[in-house]
Design a protein around this ligand. Structure first.
Ligand code: BES
Ligand code: MN
Ligand code: ZN
Length: 504
């Protein structure tokens, strides 16, 4: 998708679709004038309210427009940046539906909207671009097209070009927003592609390869530890989960070091379980296929590190991606096994389906020990209990540091990737005590998301600035829940938002 900003006259732009954004407030105040100036029947005002994401497609509007389709696009009350993003998602999604290749958006009024949202023009423009990526995303690469009816292409056509029409005073700010939004939007898209690839297309080695390609493209270092090195390092958690698999594990280290001085060293850890069958503690078969998304944390961390590099943030950002599938077999780990993790802490594996915390444990200790970071954040599709607590739109946040928690919360509000904080009180540690090992990987029925977080906390070796984000709900839209089901890329924009805050 080529994105450009122009000062040319909106009316005469050649495009398949021209979009005119309206806030609900502006529509009330000046709607009649604006619409009649464009030659639109005013009766339309009875139906179109300007709600965020509301769309009316008009055909054959005269009054000097050169495009054949005019879209009236609602951006809500003009108070929330998320409404602006929502509008872009709706518009881009519509454009794909209508197979529009080139779309132009009139942003000449963005200055006044920026005032009412309290956001900069740059962030509004960035949100719009990011939303355009989100809304136009389709995952078609595994469709052959062989069974399609003639003349009814099921495969979608990507939007080729997006043109923003800007007034002179907002031109440069919009341009900057476009660059930012393009980076976050495309990194989120990369994450979604990885999440959507099923287990037979993406194994641990493929995660490492995707990371290497990203590092080459975007100018940061990538090192991959293969099974031998993982064994010599003694990453007993990752190896235990991998025991049932025919495919070796990988542990990928992403290392973005800025040109100038780094304001902080940040370690990001992402769970990379390429398929989670549960292992010997086998999951029920219904919807088990969705467990191809159990590497969403790794995908988000990869997206965020690439974005940090492309944005040239003044931080050293290390991404750690422990990766394996979790399979049952004669060689698989068994419930009741006691394993020794990288930290030396022993774990009783009460349930082989609580595998994420085992691979994260090794990565967390490794990250703390090797990089002595200022901040550690892990992102993981860790517990079904998290979905029970917060649903499919919101991630759970756990942190031992109030300032970090607040920054992540704010990054969530601004990026639209919402998080809600849950407790880490010590009383929950009772539930993961083991009779035979230092700790158990299961904590019984209650507070499953919390006991998982308490487990992870034991592997950060007393680090005082750590956060765990459980994205089990928002990482993947199950069938039938949205226009586009599957991987969402949740976490990329959230982490980038946090990294930007840590850069100041
Ligand atoms: N990957 C799952 C968690 C999950 C469930 C993510 C549904 C997304 C959607 C994780 O490995 C898991 O199986 N967790 C268990 C832990 C339990 C055995 C202690 C769970 O939540 O049931
Ligand atoms: Mn599991
Ligand atoms: Zn899992």
């Amino acid at each position: 998708m080529k994105i450009s900003v122009t000062k040319s006259d909106f009316h005469t732009l050649g495009a398949d679709l021209l979009a005119l954004p309206f806030s609900s407030v502006a529509l009330k105040d000046e709607g009649e004038n604006a619409l009649s100036a464009s030659g639109v029947d005013l009766q339309l005002l009875a139906d179109f309210k300007g709600d965020a994401g509301e769309i009316v497609v008009l055909y054959g509007v005269q009054k000097g427009f050169s495009a054949s389709r005019i879209v009236l696009l609602g951006v809500g009350e003009g108070k929330k940046i998320d409404d602006w993003r929502k509008a872009a998602v709706a518009l881009a999604s519509k454009a794909v539906e209508l197979k529009c290749q080139k779309i132009a958006i009139d942003l000449s009024g963005i200055g006044s909207l920026a005032v009412t949202t309290g956001q900069s023009v740059t962030s509004l423009a960035a949100a719009f671009v990011e939303g355009s990526f989100t809304g136009s995303y389709r995952f078609d690469r595994l469709k052959s097209g062989k069974l399609e009816e003639k003349g009814r292409e099921e495969r979608s056509v990507e939007i080729a070009e997006l043109v923003f029409v800007a007034s002179s005073d907002a031109f440069e700010e919009i341009e900057r927003g476009v660059i930012d939004g393009e980076i976050v939007g495309s990194c989120k898209k990369m994450a979604r592609d990885l999440v959507n690839l099923p287990g037979n297309y993406l194994n641990a080695n493929d995660i490492a390869k995707a990371a290497e390609e990203s590092g080459k493209r975007s100018g940061y270092r990538v090192e991959v530890f293969h099974k031998k090195e993982i064994e010599s390092l003694g990453m007993g958690g990752l190896l235990a989960v991998n025991k049932g698999s025919d495919q070796p594990p990988t542990f990928t280290v992403l290392d973005y070091t800025p040109k100038g001085a780094a304001r902080a060293v940040v370690v990001l850890v992402g769970k990379g379980v390429t398929f989670d069958s549960g292992g010997i503690s086998l999951k029920p078969s219904e919807n088990m296929g969705e467990m191809k998304s159990d590497m969403s944390g790794a995908a988000s961390v990869l997206g965020a590190v690439e974005a940090a590099a492309r944005l040239a943030l003044p931080l050293r950002v290390i991404g750690l991606l422990p990766a394996t599938d979790n399979m049952p077999s004669g060689t698989a780990q068994q419930p009741g096994d006691v394993i020794t993790t990288y930290s030396g802490i022993t774990v009783e594996v009460g349930n082989t389906d609580a595998e994420g915390r085992l691979i994260l444990a090794d990565a967390l200790t490794y990250g703390k020990e090797k990089y002595n970071p200022d901040v550690i954040v892990d992102v993981a599709t860790l517990t079904g209990a998290c979905i029970v607590a917060l649903g499919y739109s919101v991630a759970a946040l756990f942190s031992n540091n109030d300032k970090l928690a607040e920054e992540i919360f704010q990054a969530g509000e601004q990026s639209g990737e919402k998080v809600w904080r849950m407790p880490l009180w010590d009383l929950y540690s009772e539930q993961i005590k083991s009779d035979v090992a230092d700790v158990s990987n299961t904590g019984g029925r209650g507070a499953g998301a919390v006991t998982a977080a308490k487990f992870l906390e034991k592997f950060i070796d007393g680090h005082g600035n750590w956060a765990h984000i459980d994205i089990a709900g928002p990482s993947f839209a199950p069938k039938g829940t949205g226009k586009v089901n599957g991987g969402t890329g949740f976490g990329v924009a959230l982490l980038v938002g946090l990294l930007k805050k840590l850069s100041c």
